[in-house]
Design a protein around this ligand. Structure first.
Ligand code: CMC
Length: 389
């Protein structure tokens, strides 16, 4: 094992070269293909950002028209898949359903196995980005026992998703434009985050030349984990548990004494601030202007204020992360907490696909196959059954 390095959780190992996303944790910088996340959130749409992640450049007008048209016209999923949704229990978690449906999609597109063929790969990328909102919305409608709403090609990416989620009557659900745009911004902020757990899963599984549906099923399974896609749900539970602004100091004192963590605070990479959190905080105020204030907001603001001026948090470089405010926004929009990881997975699909594609196009990449430090027994004589204890 002489030359091998032991690096559990890849804390200090670059598993790939990548030109997609840059994070500078010390400076609080996040860029997609060189563009600052703040600029993209302010000026772009999620579909433009998805194109950027996948193609390396922002689309011009004609490219965006073609890309939007393609995505819009692949939003339907096969009826058999809709039927297979019926096989889940009434209380099945929407994220569990999404993971399964992504894997199941692979059986509808056997040609997707030709992962080295540019045209085939591109077709699957469009299909996945187009179908993520449909599968996600149907996973939700199944949970609440409402009839499925079919995609509406006249609507925007987010408008169509919101219609499939919330439509109760003809002709369609009309979201408030501020809320539709807010969802688009949240999708931009969540689209990629370099080699996080789920992107790493997409690359590792895809490195076996597994088709993209199964590679993304693996990625979304990783995202399903509470340490990855579940933190914003935990923030809501924490705020509810605190209950009132006056109870915040006592809660913070408890955290400092080791009673638990301040959820939505801290990050493995960002040690200054999470630039996504800044955008989201501003967005939260815009959303609450429309929906009315989420009663948990005051508690969150007080928590943030106290933590940012407290030595314990300052010394450990703990700042609000992307999840601190996002859950409150989703809740104000009417989404139940079980949908939060699904709302993360929809836009992250473009990041997973960009990472998966880059891995396949990199001549230096091979099947992911880490080594290990063996800690088991040395060679020993075989013990026949009659001699075993
Ligand atoms: N509240 C209180 N103390 C904390 C927190 C927190 N949220 N986060 C870290 N610490 C303390 C920790 O106890 C340790 O203190 P000490 O040095 O005295 O032992 C120190 O800070 C370093 O902690 P760590 O566990 O080594 O830090 P990490 O980089 O491994 O953990 C983290 C990063 C995000 C898992 C962690 O900060 C955390 O658990 N945060 C709360 C959960 C959360 O909000 N997760 C969402 C992350 S953003 C989502 C995404 O980008 O995908």
């Amino acid at each position: 094992f002489g030359l091998m390095t032991y690096d559990p959780a890849f804390m200090n190992t670059a598993s790939c070269r990548s030109a997609i996303t840059l994070i500078d944790g010390d400076k609080g910088i996040l860029r997609y293909r060189g563009y600052a996340i703040e600029d993209l959130a302010e000026q772009s749409s999620y579909l433009e950002v998805a194109f950027l992640l996948l193609h390396g450049e922002l689309p011009n007008e004609a490219q965006l028209r073609k890309w939007s048209h393609e995505v819009t016209h692949h939003t339907f999923v096969h009826e058999f898949l809709r039927k297979s949704m019926e096989g889940f229990r009434f209380d099945a978690h929407p994220m569990g359903k999404l993971v399964s449906m992504l894997g199941a999609l692979s059986t509808f597109y056997p040609e997707a196995k030709k992962v080295r063929d540019d045209k085939t790969r591109r077709e699957q990328i469009v299909r996945i980005i187009a179908k993520m909102p449909t599968l996600s919305a149907w996973a939700f409608r199944h949970s609440v026992g409402r009839p499925y709403v079919y995609p509406d090609n006249e609507l925007s990416y987010c408008g169509n998703f919101l219609n499939m989620i919330f439509r109760m009557a003809e002709p369609r659900f009309e979201p408030h434009p501020v809320l539709e745009r807010a969802l688009d911004i949240l999708f931009i902020l969540h689209a990629d985050h370099e080699q996080n757990c789920s992107a790493n899963a997409a690359r590792a599984v895809g490195s076996a030349e597994t088709d993209p549906y199964c590679s993304l099923a693996a990625a979304s399974a990783a995202l399903y984990g509470p340490l990855h896609g579940g933190a914003n749900e935990a923030v809501l539970h924490m705020l509810k548990q605190i209950g009132s602004v006056s109870a915040v100091p006592e809660f913070i004192a408890g955290v400092k004494n080791g009673s638990g963590r301040l959820m939505g605070f801290g990050h493995r990479v960002y040690k200054n601030y999470d630039p996504r959190a800044k955008v989201i905080k501003k967005l939260a105020h815009e959303v609450f202007e429309v929906t009315g204030k989420n009663p948990l907001l005051e508690i969150a603001l007080e928590l943030e204020k106290i933590a940012l001026s407290d030595d314990y948090f300052v010394k450990r470089k703990l700042y609000p992360n992307v999840d601190f405010y996002s859950g409150m926004i989703y809740q104000a929009m009417g989404f139940p907490v079980e949908m939060f990881p699904v709302l993360f997975a929809i836009p992250r699909a473009s990041g997973w696909l960009a990472q998966w594609q880059e891995m396949l196009q990199d001549p230096e990449q091979k099947i992911a196959r880490p080594r290990q430090i063996y800690t088991g027994a040395d060679l020993r004589p075989y013990v026949p059954m009659s001699n075993r204890a």
